[in-house]
Design a protein around this ligand. Structure first.
Ligand code: FA5
Length: 340
């Protein structure tokens, strides 16, 4: 009688083990069959009431059923665990051969980028790159450039004067003087740098901006050399032929003097705020070095001659990257700078 009950119990428990759809269902079936108050426990209590030889037989069967069920539960539990592990591995799968995401890198300011290109070009043409102080003497910024104290040209470049009589350089031209003081001719130099003017700020004028000075002193230097280098530079920066025009321009330190304008690339010459609606952007002041300037720096103008130019680097950068307001460049706004 008990044997039949045991066999029946085993069959039903095995059925439930096979049919369990979750660990919880399996555990419920285990408690029901093997738990302290479960069916097998109940039967083992009945065992005591049986005659000895029957008790031994049913006892063996009970142990066999118990062992069979425990093994089956364990096997099914392992299946569930393996299945859970397989699912997790699938969900968390990583392709270790994929390239890592690029780290966010900084980059040079657009003015620095174009400055580096100009330096590369001119050093390849035998020019030396020179540096000069931003706080200058009156002598280097004006006097040595043939601009005496009462000369009206001083008013053209509104100057930030310092209390000690020095000034913030208004252009990079004083580095020409320092170059001539330091090196004997023949010489070829460029001097990129920051300059300062106490003037009204608008879309094309800043109080602090960048220029590149250039100078070549040799025995035979003509306006043709000057134009050659200017065009070479502009075409190299824009990687194409760009329309330029040369107008007479007055600078006390050159004779003859010119202003080189470039067609505004933002509006292709049609007129916009960046070119003050003229279609042209004033880009470079230039000319042949005035004999007084050579003489003041100890170079004999009977023996040597030269050209010099001062390029508005910040304006060139605007044309190169299509920036229609100069004020963005020193705004420190990273949303703007990240674009270049
Ligand atoms: C000069 O500064 C002369 N030293 C250039 C020179 C050098 C002439 C050697 C002859 C020989 P100018 O003031 O024109 O010249 O300035 C030169 C260039 O700087 C201009 O063509 C323009 O492109 C740029 N520039 C002038 N003022 C500003 C400003 N406020 N903001 C931005 N760019 C400016």
């Amino acid at each position: 009688m008990l044997e039949a009950t045991l066999e029946d119990l085993q069959a039903r428990a095995l059925e439930r083990i096979r049919g369990a759809r979750s660990m919880e269902e399996l555990e419920a079936a285990r408690v029901e069959a093997l738990g302290r108050k479960g069916a097998l426990g109940h039967i083992s209590k009945e065992l005591g009431k049986l005659p000895p030889e029957e008790r031994a037989r049913v006892g063996r069967l009970l142990n066999a059923v118990k062992q069979c069920l425990e093994e089956s539960f364990e096997a099914r539990r392992k299946e569930f665990e393996e299945e859970a592990l397989r699912r997790r591995l699938e969900a968390e799968w990583l392709d270790l051969t994929l390239p890592a995401p690029e780290p966010k890198r900084g980059h040079f300011h657009p003015v620095t980028q174009v400055q580096a290109e100009i330096e590369d070009l001119f050093t390849s043409l035998g020019f030396t790159v020179l540096d000069g102080p931003e706080v200058e003497t009156e002598y280097h910024n004006f006097d040595a450039l043939n601009i005496p104290p009462d000369h009206p040209a001083r008013d053209v470049q509104d100057t930030f004067w310092l209390t000690d009589g020095n000034l913030l350089r208004t252009h990079t031209s004083p580095v020409q003087i320092r170059g001539m003081e330091r090196f004997k001719p023949p010489l070829r130099m460029i001097a990129p740098g920051r300059v300062f003017r106490n003037e009204e700020v608008d879309a094309s004028h800043e109080h602090t901006f960048y220029q590149v000075e250039g100078m070549m002193v040799d025995r035979e230097v003509s306006v043709a050399h000057l134009i050659y280098f200017m065009k070479l530079m502009v075409n190299a920066i824009f990687r194409r032929e760009v329309a330029v025009r040369l107008r007479p321009g007055y600078f006390p330190f050159v004779e003859p003097g010119f202003e080189l304008d470039m067609q505004c690339l933002l509006c292709e010459g049609a007129g916009c705020p960046a070119c003050k609606h003229s279609g042209w952007v004033e880009m470079i002041g230039c000319g042949l070095v005035h004999p007084n300037v050579l003489r003041m720096s100890g170079i004999d103008p009977e023996e040597w001659m030269g050209f010099a130019f001062g390029l508005g680097l910040t304006r060139l950068v605007m044309m190169r990257f299509g920036i229609d307001d100069i004020r963005y460049l020193q705004s420190g706004d990273l949303r703007f700078l990240h674009q270049f």
